[in-house]
Design a protein around this ligand. Sequence first.
Ligand code: GAL
Length: 531
Amino acid sequence: MVRGNEQGESEEPLLPGSNRISGLSQNNSDSSLKKISKFRLTLVLTFRTLLVLAMLLACSVILGTLYYRPRASRANDGIRVPLNGSGVGRLPFMGYNTWNAYYCDISETKVLEMARLMKAHGLIDVGYNYMNLDDCYSEKERSPSGDIIANKERFPSGMNYLTSELNKLGLKAGIYSDSGWLTCQRYPGSFQNEARDIKLFQDWGFELLKYDNCAVPFDEVIKEGMVGKYSRMANAIADLAKSSGKPPFLFSLCQWGREQPWIWARRFGQSWRTTEDIGANWRVLSSIINQSNSFIAWASDFYGRNDMDILEVGNGDLTFDESKSHFTAWALMRSPLLISTNLATASKETLEILKNQEIIAINQDPVVGTSITPFRWGINRYWTNNGTHPAQYWSGESQNGTVFMLVRLVPFDSHSIIPSDPNIPQLNVLDHPADMTFNLTESPWIRAGRQYSVRDLWTHTDNGTAVRNFTARQVPAHGVVALLLKDAGDEPPGTQPPCARPEWCVDQNGTRIDDIGFGTQDLGRRGFFAP
Ligand code: GAL
């Protein structure tokens, strides 16, 4: 389209009907005149084409700019790769996270000190193999070119140094960002920088990303709900895995259980927080147990699980019994296990809890990935949603047998008896040790007619053989009993009554055992099922 110039034409505007060719020789033949007029036509068309093209270009730039903003905020048009074949995050991840121990007061020195202590205390050997930075590791502003910058004061040697030191100790490194404009502590979030940030994190040597939910952009910008919001980084992770040929980041969604992540987050990542932030006190722990798992335990399995939050073992004023209950519940419910206490001052008891390998083995079971579930609430009726009195009797499958958790989740102060005589001190009926008994077949995983050997996962002893039922003696308030029951063959011949569970238990001749006076515990059902 520059033929005019090739022909030595002047650069004055080529408008239709202009006399720009009037200076040509009068001697031109008809054919050359034809050629010229054809040429002129071409020039005119060329100019029009250019003009139209220019206008089109201008329009598309304007429209494109208007359209691009909201579109750029959209969730990359759906879900791409669920990455579960990668092997990353098949089991609950274990490691250390800086938040509960240090909040924003983190540094290269502290992180490396904790990492070395993890090694020294044998925590890496029992499976804690991630060291995860939480919020506050960066500068408040991105670099002029748009990258997150490691905080220069707190991480003076840079992130590559940090991750390579961690790797040398046998740890993988995890990092944190946010799906909004800013993190919860107002450092840069990754919204609209997903691909850039995840690439940077990979270049820095990280392999896990915890992704928070603060500073959500205005509706007119985000044009997405929670699912779309989280798919942005999930897709960036999938794309990076593809382009780099490296394993995908382990993606840990921290969305506090809002909008039911247990329903949708499995397609994006390997864990999702189910509750608001944890605290180092019994009330919060029991409310997480109630909320996180009494009703949504089904959501946890290989490659995706309820994240009950970073452990508080070793923190606050949690007693030894409370810490044991906390650790047992988190592990048996297949939550990620992230230590977050100052390991330089950790007590012998704290380390003993964190290193209980029989409990860890259930959490890390390579054959069964599902959580324990409640089979009896105890104080409350079945299916009661009660943050201070959650279910107390739980069981679940494991590769080596059926695992039971009996936990006295009662708060010290909630069942006080207020005596009529004000001079008599208030009695608390539930803060004393108490026996906890259950019938084995209350658990769906136990076979009727069989007996079971009982292994105590805290005392590390074999506690005989259970036939029909088991009683844990004198469980302290807030205490826990964790048992592994293994099938030990048929129960002794003649064990009576003939059915452990009376309801709808029928002899060949049609006689029902509950019709011949066995117990009263299921009378309600008896009425319901009566022929
Ligand atoms: C919260 C999150 C905490 C911690 C904190 C950092 O949203 O639940 O675990 O990451 O942000 O600011």
